[in-house]
Design a protein around this ligand. Structure first.
Ligand code: ADP
Ligand code: MG
Length: 405
């Protein structure tokens, strides 16, 4: 049974349709990211899962139970937002205790002033303390428990916010762009900590981000969103190697995937004035876009760059090198085909150890070969063209899924 199940969730603000009928199941312990451009509805969906916002249509279940009628505090979820405000006048331990104390109090005792004097607010502290200590140990912030937020670094504050969300042992952990207020170095560090937290806690995570690298590095599956719909929901490696459409292909991967207009003629591929021998899906013909990742091509013998003869590559294309980016172990070469000078291409090449590369050494016209099996094809609507013949034959010939030779 999935830990989170959403069915046909729709939401409009006035006449603006924000969520267009989203369905998704998330397994227990799974880490799923929602990724997409600003305004596509990520936060709205997260707020609906949390119960902070009501959907117009559809249903949400957590751990098998519909929660549509439940307020946030009864949904057994934890949440961390981008602007995780800690209470400045309280210690770390007190900040972390707040959700536990609040949950144990009747509603009238939760009003801020009453909370200080209400006898219940002082009860049950040993249990609260034990839970805080355990969570703090988990996050490596035990030594910070007596400090005030102002005495913490940005990363430590973020960990306290995680701790405060986690003390209630939620079934579902929701995070909305939790790293976007941190500087780049800290972001990488806290990202690693979130990955470790997921690995050790086995909690179910729904993580919102607009950063594809965060999503790709943290997630079991990534849901790519656009204008209130899921474009593709799949593990990172599937999005990278087997995208359903050109939008996903371009969104995932850095440097970006290369795209060229092409025409498929008699099982061969026309690029510029060349007809290439390539592995072409059986359903492909006519005018298409062909795509290849920066590492799915290589140059003919450039001194200092590794050349893998075992790769099955196409005939050579004339490639004009314009600039390079040296990443230490590899080199990204920017340029264009001689026949398509207006289309910028990127090729990632492995450097041989100890190689100092300069644009002067590599500039000019080079021979580029595409990996015959590394090509993806998209139709005029941007939809992926796959090996339709094979799958339809297999489906027709083996209704029970037997292997077809
Ligand atoms: P994201 O988190 O992906 O950036 P949001 O879910 O915050 O996007 O917002 C999606 C769209 O809904 C945006 O166009 C936003 O302006 C609109 N929106 C969000 N909340 C409200 C609201 N309370 N009232 C009206 N429009 C809203
Ligand atoms: Mg948002």
């Amino acid at each position: 049974m999935p830990m989170l199940s959403m069915r046909d969730i729709r939401k409009a603000y006035g006449t603006n349709q924000i969520l267009a009928g989203l369905s998704l199941d998330v397994d227990e312990g799974e880490f799923v990211s929602l990724v997409g451009p600003s305004g596509c509805g990520k936060s709205t969906l997260l707020r609906i899962i949390a119960g902070l916002e009501a959907q117009d249509h559809g249903s949400i279940s957590i751990d098998g139970k519909p929660v549509d009628a439940l307020p946030p505090k009864h949904r057994e979820i934890a949440m961390v937002f981008q602007d995780y405000a800690l209470y400045p006048h309280m210690s770390v331990a007190q900040n972390m205790a707040m959700p536990l104390i609040m949950a144990s109090l009747p509603w009238h005792a939760r009003l801020p002033l009453i909370e200080r004097i209400h006898p219940l607010a002082r009860r049950g502290r040993p249990a609260v303390e034990a839970q805080i200590n355990q969570t703090a140990r988990h996050l490596g912030i035990e030594h910070l428990l007596d400090r005030r937020p102002a005495q913490l670094s940005g990363g430590q504050r973020q960990r306290v916010a995680l701790g405060r969300a986690l003390v209630r042992s939620p079934k579902l952990f929701l995070m909305d762009e939790p790293l976007s207020n941190l500087d780049a170095k800290l972001r990488t560090q806290v990202r690693k900590e979130i990955a470790e937290l997921h690995a050790s806690s086995k909690l179910t995570f729904i993580y919102v981000t607009h950063d594809q690298i965060e999503a790709m590095t943290l997630s079991d599956r990534v849901a790519i969103m656009r204008a209130g719909s899921f474009v593709q929901v799949a593990p990172p490696v599937t999005l990278y190697e087997d995208p359903d459409n050109v939008e996903v292909a371009r969104f995932i991967g850095s440097p970006e995937i290369n795209l060229l207009p092409t025409e498929v003629e008699n099982g061969r591929l026309r690029i510029g004035d060349r007809l290439l021998d390539a592995v072409i899906p059986k359903g492909a013909s006519g005018d298409l876009l062909v795509a290849f990742r920066p590492e799915a091509a290589q140059f003919d013998g450039i001194a200092g760059l590794s050349h893998d003869r075992s790769r099955s590559t196409s005939e050579a294309l004339d490639f004009d090198v314009r600039s390079i980016e040296d990443h230490g172990a590899d080199l990204v070469v920017h340029g264009a085909l001689a026949t398509e000078p207006s289309i910028e291409l990127r090729v990632r090449a492995q450097k041989l150890p100890g190689t100092q590369m300069s644009i002067a050494r590599i500039a000019g016209r080079k021979a580029l070969r595409l990996d015959r099996e590394g090509l993806l094809f998209f139709d005029a609507d941007g939809q992926r063209v796959r090996d339709r013949t094979v799958s339809s034959v297999a489906a027709a010939a083996s209704p029970r899924g037997a292997l077809v030779p």
